[in-house]
Design a protein around this ligand. Structure first.
Ligand code: FES
Length: 183
């Protein structure tokens, strides 16, 4: 039996009808390639609900973030409620629902970093970038996130910008880090 789910179609820039497992049709506003990509990721894990975390990891890797439309398709393919997928995406800090900036700033707020002042470092990044945690600047250059321990506690407090690790970061040093990426 075919059941059609329409997700706020009037808001869509692009509409694509997807027929997934069980013949259920979902309408989403994603380009065809992205739909094919997420379907192939789900397929690679056998559309198994027990593989949700692995599917989301692959999706995050492929798209850089996991927007609501991707969550809808994952839920649909893995035969689970969207609320369950949303719950997992929002629970783990390594999943993001918004696109990361060209220079993603991640402040470690694990215990060692926290006791050595990560909170004040984070506050300084929020002020300088005018961002809340989880947001991206309007020009797409910077995004701000928190991480749990990245395994460099000896260098606490630690900040990552992309792959680059900054150790013993003080609030006073935040401006200089940002400047490096503004050039
Ligand atoms: S707590 Fe920050 S690197 Fe370990």
């Amino acid at each position: 039996m075919s059941q059609k789910i329409n997700i706020a179609p009037e808001a869509f820039e692009y509409m694509e009808k997807v027929t997934g497992a069980g013949g259920v049709e979902v309408k989403v506003n994603l380009p065809k390639e992205k739909i094919e990509k997420i379907n192939s990721i789900c397929d690679a894990f056998g559309n198994d609900p027990g593989e949700l975390i692995n599917v989301l990891h692959e999706a995050q890797h492929a798209f850089g973030y996991i927007p609501a439309e991707i969550q809808d398709i994952v839920a649909h393919n893995l035969h689970m409620p969207v609320s369950q997928v949303y719950g997992v995406v929002t629970f783990y800090t390594f999943f993001s629902m918004t696109p990361k900036g060209e220079h993603p700033v991640s402040v470690c707020t694990g215990t060692a970093c926290y006791v050595r002042g990560a909170e004040r470092v984070l506050e300084e990044f929020r002020k300088e970038l005018q961002l809340e945690v989880g947001e991206t600047t309007p020009d797409g250059r910077f995004s701000l996130n928190c991480l749990r321990c990245v395994g460099a506690c000896g260098l606490a407090p630690v900040v990552l910008v992309g792959e680059k690790v900054y150790g013993r970061v003080s609030p006073d040093g935040v401006k200089a880090i940002i400047e490096e990426y503004k050039k």
